[in-house]
Design a protein around this ligand. Sequence first.
Ligand code: SAM
Length: 287
Amino acid sequence: MSEYREREKNEIEGGMLYLVATPIGNLSDLSERAIKVLSEVDFIAAEDTRNSRRLLTALGISKPMVSYHDHNRRERGEEIALRLKSGESCALITDAGTPGISDPGEDMVALCAEEDIPVTLIPGPCAAINALVLSGLPAGKFVFEGFLSAKSSERKAALRELAAEKRSIIFHEAPHKLRATLDDMCEIMGEDRRIALCRELTKLNEEIIRTTLGGAVALYSEKEPRGEYVLVLEGAKQADGVEFWTNMTEREHVDFYLSQGMSKNEAIKAAAHDRGVHKSEIYKLVL
Ligand code: SAM
């Protein structure tokens, strides 16, 4: 083991940005390497310094901290980049999980890439991957969508664009939006599409609900959604007569093709071809 370790890349390098993955609910998931980096860098940039200070205090680490979040990422990113260029080392942590996935970590990496600043990732928990693996749905090919819009019209438009996606689709979801999202998914993808609702991952109340969209809507009409969720939705099947447009109106079907960049004429022709009808029939309905 010690011989093996000698070959590991564990020394802190000046001028390097260390993205450090932190637990999504279970403190024991913080790696030995993550603790070493957090203890040894010159300073830590955190999405929520109060939150992260609690984590660092639990680990007995005291370090200078700066905040780096959605609202200050431009100016603060430049300041962090300047400090890195002057030779300081920095660890970037976000609220939970892997920085860069649905959080401002991604902008800091882009800035470092632009300015030729070396960046590395200390890997660890990531809610989306945790959920995908536990979903029981195909995990070999998948699409990550992050959060859907809180606005119903935008959410539905995004779901329509995904209706024909064959790979498993991963979404982040907040409990107060869960019912509305499930209703929209059920309306657009159909009640038989399978879904895994992965809640409170790595926590005491971890739960994986493997059901269909119809089943999920029924479940949450009786039960209050609580905790943090990742949703993993089965991809569209294009066999056994179930097509991605089965639950769409003619207008939605045409809109789907328009959103894929087709002209109006092409979209009408494609929808008519899918449905096995003459294009004039679709034309009449969508005008
Ligand atoms: N960067 C993070 C990661 O790698 O997991 C994700 C950040 S995103 C702002 C936060 C979302 O991740 C939550 O709204 C929820 O959808 C999901 N999430 C985080 N922790 C979770 C947990 N313990 N169980 C289920 N979902 C979780």
